[in-house]
Ligand binder design. Structure first.
Ligand code: MIC
Ligand code: SF4
Length: 748
């Protein structure tokens, strides 16, 4: 971000916020201040939480390699010469964790050559900054280089809200949204409701910032934040380090929240100074009142937020969440009993620290403190211990300050600065396929199959310091706060609570930062897409709506229970096809539980009666016969990531409508953008009325209007018909996308 653009934003705020205060006749929250100062048109914009569609002008766009491919392929379709907004690409997701940092990066560079060449050449041509493989995980690199208080950033990754730790609204989106903003259009989002989180007290002992969000996951659940922003405030907020705040806002994604944010404070200024942005820190200091909520909000939060949650940090216990969902939370003191009661394998096979959520200097130094205690007492890690640094700076600082050595002495392996085991890019040799086993990590997501592709792996999440202690124990049956471990010669060891530093006293060490600037003028440059590529495929526009109702469509799958984007479009080995829509579509619904079949990912071709087929195979059969299909889903359908493949593959394979109890925000938008009709049951019990052999019609589509329900008819095999009322949240413009076949078609 150039200093000039920050100055410009800050200079524009007082006048805009003055107007907004007058318009509403009240004080403003921090979230409102940032939304209003990024309105595309403050005069015409309507503001109604939970109702209005906001048109905003983001300061920046960030994309990671797995989602950037579709974002850029869609941007290319818009036919622009250069991006309209500062943008970057980060190569982090495609690096497989196997044998340690250096070898893993070398392997990734050769395995992903075509994709990296495509991303690099497109970035050079269109004016986008390019961060090479190994440079770091997108959110860490954004925090170190681009994030600043008061900004609005969109990123093609659901954990983009990490930037909220530095006082900005950083929001995860699908690639189509990013493509449009890069093409110069405003960005559209439903005006979120606001949850105020008032923090008091100060974290004690083993409790860490991660526990704030783990606790909230248990309290609010994975859908509790949908279409809401969490704004933190109160005396406890300023006691948390900037990177600790980032951990909290990062994992707000697990609540389904649009984003989360902390007000600007001295901790943020210290972080900006430490990351060589002293001038930004000064500018923010001088504009502090615009980068925090108005005082009235702090004194009577109930009047300004739709919901207020209070957390006394002094009383917060360390938490562990999981398996399989981040909202299955409990204080660590209750873990052992619960594990036994529920029959979780108590032995821990692996303990993993780092990732975009938890690899700050503070995290690593506190974990190293735990590690040193164990080593000094003569303990060795009992579970395999893997460390994922978030960026080059973190990695080199860890080496310089001796943390790496400590982790290696403990038996740990240091992986590349990349997503690796967090996104199924983890080649494990220690378990058999489908073996039930437990692991614990300091990551943010733990859906089945997420880390190693094995749905029988029970993945628990906690803070890095707890995970480090658990690595010594190798068991869920240990509570480092109160328990002891026994060394080989029989001595009992009790850990002291972790201690560490928020920021490195000697500053960050630097290696190769890994940034490549774009060409001054890219007009003559070519984007590299080999015509025979297995990894990349230029997009063809989806067909327009034919103007007719959907008539008697077969049900492709009735997803039962949790159906996240990891269930709809698994990552791991499939990540390599993220730029090739046809190929990746074979993974469609592989992880989903089908109410009509006993086996996840499998279904029946109801035209021929043949069962045991993959859902993609069934969809391809229907597509070949020129018929569309529908998908039925449960609560919070599409929870989790921003990957639009979870919408594009169904669209590509002929799904016309998705009927669910409720949607997760990013996925619902992704469906709309790709021209699929997302509908929600007016009465959730109607979910139960759909049977495998039913045909489903969606009628009255030519009269589709914002706010008006849609009628669905279930045609039973015995000839009976059942009418079901469905709601939708399409705006007039979004109905236009549906009619055009996709948002992109409507644009071009
Ligand atoms: C994730 O954490 O699930 C991912 C992998 O980072 C995704 C993006 C993707 O699927 O590429 C996300 O969070 O959006
Ligand atoms: Fe990468 Fe995991 Fe963070 Fe997603 S959550 S950006 S996969 S480290």
């Amino acid at each position: 971000m150039s200093v000039e653009s920050i100055k410009k934003l800050y200079a524009s705020m007082p006048e805009k916020l003055g107007r907004a205060r007058k318009k509403f006749g009240r004080a403003l929250t921090l979230t409102e201040k940032i939304l209003m100062s990024h309105a595309d048109n403050l005069d015409t914009q309507a503001w109604e939480r939970g109702k209005a569609q906001l048109l905003l002008r983001p300061d920046r766009v960030a994309m990671q390699d797995a989602t950037a491919q579709m974002a850029l392929l869609q941007f290319i379709q818009a036919g622009k010469k250069r991006v309209a907004v500062s943008s970057t690409v980060h190569c982090d997701h495609l690096i497989r964790a196997q044998s340690g940092a250096r070898e893993d990066i070398e392997r990734a560079i050769s395995e992903n050559k075509e994709v990296y060449n495509f991303l690099r050449s497109a970035a050079r041509k269109f004016g986008i900054g390019f961060w090479k493989p190994g440079a770091g995980i997108i959110h860490q690199v954004v925090l170190e280089n681009y994030a600043f208080p008061g900004a609005l950033l969109i990123g093609t990754d659901s954990h983009t809200p990490n930037g909220g730790g530095l006082g900005m609204l950083a929001i995860g989106v699908g690639g189509a949204d990013a493509g449009e903003v890069m093409a110069g259009l405003p960005w559209e989002v439903l005006h979120p409701k606001l949850i105020g989180v008032r923090l008091t007290g100060e974290l004690q002992g083993w409790a860490s910032p991660k526990d704030v969000i783990l606790y909230l996951c248990g309290l609010l659940t994975v859908k509790g934040g949908t279409n809401k922003i969490l704004e933190y405030f109160g005396p406890g907020a300023s006691a948390i380090s900037c990177t600790g705040k980032g951990t909290i806002t990062n994992m707000g994604a697990e609540l389904g929240a649009t984003t989360s944010i902390f007000p600007f404070d001295d901790k943020m200024a210290a972080y900006l100074n430490m990351t060589e942005r002293a001038e930004w820190a000064q500018l923010a200091q001088a504009n502090r009142e615009n980068l925090t909520a108005d005082p009235e909000v702090l004194s009577s939060p109930d009047r300004y937020f739709d919901q207020v949650v209070e957390i006394n940090l002094s009383e917060l216990e360390p938490h562990v969440v999981g398996p399989h969902t981040p909202d299955l939370a409990r204080p660590i003191s209750r873990l052992s009993a619960e594990a036994k009661e529920k029959g979780y394998p108590v032995q821990l096979k692996a303990a993993l620290i780092g990732s975009c959520t938890n690899s700050s200097y503070e995290d690593i130094s506190r974990s190293a403190h735990v590690a040193r205690q164990g080593l000094k007492a003569g303990l060795k890690a009992k579970a395999s211990f893997l460390v994922t640094p978030g960026s080059e700076r973190i990695y080199h600082t860890m080496v310089r300050d001796g943390f790496m050595k400590t982790f290696e002495e403990m038996g740990g392996t240091v992986l590349a600065n990349a997503c690796g085991p967090c996104i199924g890019q983890w080649k494990r040799a220690d378990i058999q396929p489908k073996e039930s086993n437990s692991i614990i990590s300091s990551y943010n997501r733990n859906f089945p199959g997420r880390n190693d592709g094995n749905a029988e792996t029970l993945s628990f999440l906690s803070s890095p310091e707890i995970v480090t202690a658990m690595a010594f124990a190798g068991s869920l049956d240990f509570n480092p706060v109160t328990g002891t471990l026994t060394t080989a010669d029989g001595a009992r060891v009790k850990f002291e609570p972790p201690r560490g530093e928020e920021l490195p006293a000697k500053g960050f060490a630097k290696g190769e930062e890994g940034f490549e600037a774009p060409a001054e003028n890219g007009d003559k440059l070519e984007v590299e897409v080999p015509p025979t590529s297995e990894r990349l495929q230029l997009l063809k526009p989806f067909p327009r709506w034919n103007g007719k109702d959907f008539d008697r469509l077969p049900i492709l799958i009735k997803a039962k229970g949790k159906c996240t984007t990891d269930h709809i479009s698994p990552a791991g080995p499939w990540l390599k096809y993220r730029g090739h829509l046809d190929k990746i579509s074979d993974n469609m619904f592989l992880g989903a539980n089908n109410a009509f079949s006993g086996e996840p990912g499998k279904g029946t071709d109801i035209l021929s009666g043949e069962g045991g087929l993959t859902i993609a195979a069934v969809a391809r059969r229907y597509k070949d016969q020129g018929i569309g299909s529908i998908v039925i889903g449960d609560e919070n359908y599409g929870e989790g990531s921003s990957r639009e493949h979870a919408a594009m593959s169904p669209r590509f394979l002929g799904v016309l409508a998705v009927l669910v109890k409720s949607f997760a925000r990013i996925h619902e938008t992704n469906l709309k953008k790709q021209g699929i009709l997302p509908l929600t049951f007016a009465d959730p019990n109607d979910y139960d009325r759909f049977d495998q052999k039913d045909r489903v019609s969606v009628v009255g589509l030519s009269g589709l209007k914002p706010g008006n329900p849609v009628e669905v008819v279930i045609h039973k095999s015995d000839g009976k018909e059942i009418k079901v009322k469905m709601n939708h949240s399409l705006t007039e413009q979004q109905i236009g996308w549906f009619k055009a076949g996709s948002a992109l078609n409507a644009l071009t």
